[in-house]
Design a protein around this ligand. Structure first.
Ligand code: MN
Ligand code: MN
Length: 306
């Protein structure tokens, strides 16, 4: 990996770390989802980065992929367990990091289980180590504390402008996963602990999409929407909030409907909200690590993580 690229990964990580600190302060009961997310996304830009995906704020049994709609009136609930997942890129080099904020003492053990799992996992990331061994460490840390891991969510390798670059880092011991950590590669490690079943499923709600390449032509009247979005964010995930001019031109309802339709037609990938069973609680922590060509490992999104 070229030195300038390494520098960009580190720069993205430093921005992500500061945004995460801000998220920790701003995530409180009664705060509007839309204002929290807007503050954090604006802060990314203020610090010189770009959002690699819409800031995700997933509540209680929601594990991932919830962001605010443009007209979202939701408020963070009392007693909630709130995950804030932040992606920053600098010229396509991505830092992906997440925290969980519990609003009640009763969720503290769950949150600590996920935090501890990540801490232990990071100590096992080194070139040549099997990714499944890291999964094993995560699973043990979370089970020891009486919770389940979410089996169908996993860490992943990252590439330029690509959040899921091909390798997965399971959150459990997966004997069929023979992948090993490779030098010159960035990985996101992200354990999820849950009081639920340990399996998330897709809800009907979708607030995040991305353009699916290559863009086809001549198939849908809304193709100009796809072109416009691709021009701004390429194939990175986006929110309707990032295109207020289209929302006001078409009306929010019609714009949202168009995105839905474009995903049915295959122009867009949709990322539905992923949730464990109703009434359960999910906690997540995530850091991005970079394995340099010389084999040394750095956590780009937190100075204190290794
Ligand atoms: Mn993430
Ligand atoms: Mn991730």
């Amino acid at each position: 990996m070229e030195e300038p690229v390494v520098r960009k990964y580190i720069a993205a990580g430093e921005i992500a770390e500061r945004v995460k600190e801000r998220a920790e302060r701003e995530t409180k009961p009664g705060v509007k989802l839309l204002s929290l997310i807007t503050i954090l996304e604006n802060y990314i830009v203020e610090l010189g980065g770009r959002p690699a995906f819409p800031v995700n704020v997933s509540i209680n049994n929601e594990a991932a992929h919830r962001t605010a709609y443009i007209d979202d009136e939701s408020v963070l609930p009392e007693d909630g367990v709130v995950k804030v997942d932040i992606g920053v890129h600098v010229d396509g080099c991505i830092a992906d990091t997440a925290i969980t904020v519990p609003f009640s003492e009763k969720h503290r053990k769950l949150v600590e289980a996920a935090r501890e799992a990540l801490e232990r996992a990071l100590k096992h990331v080194r070139p040549g180590a099997r990714v499944s061994d890291v999964g094993s460490v995560i699973e043990r840390a979370i089970r020891e504390r009486g919770f389940r891991v979410v089996k169908n969510l996993s860490g992943h390798s990252l590439a330029e402008y690509t959040i899921h670059a091909g390798d997965t880092v399971p959150n459990y011991r997966d004997p069929l996963n023979f992948a090993r950590f490779r030098p010159g590669t960035a990985y996101a490690i992200e354990p999820f602990a849950t009081t639920g079943r340990g399996v998330v499923s897709s809800e009907k709600r979708v607030s995040i999409y991305s353009v699916r390449p290559p863009i086809r032509r001549g198939g849908a009247p809304e193709e100009h929407i796809v072109e416009n979005i691709f021009g701004r964010v390429r194939t990175l995930p986006f929110s309707e909030r990032w295109f207020p001019e289209m929302a006001s031109l078409l009306g929010v309802g019609r714009f949202r409907k168009a995105l839905e339709n474009l995903s049915k037609l295959g122009y867009l990938v949709s990322y539905p909200v992923l949730s464990d069973v109703p009434g359960s609680y999910v906690a997540q922590f995530e850091e991005t690590v970079l394995i340099l060509d010389d084999g040394s490992v750095i956590v780009t999104t937190s100075k204190s993580a290794l």
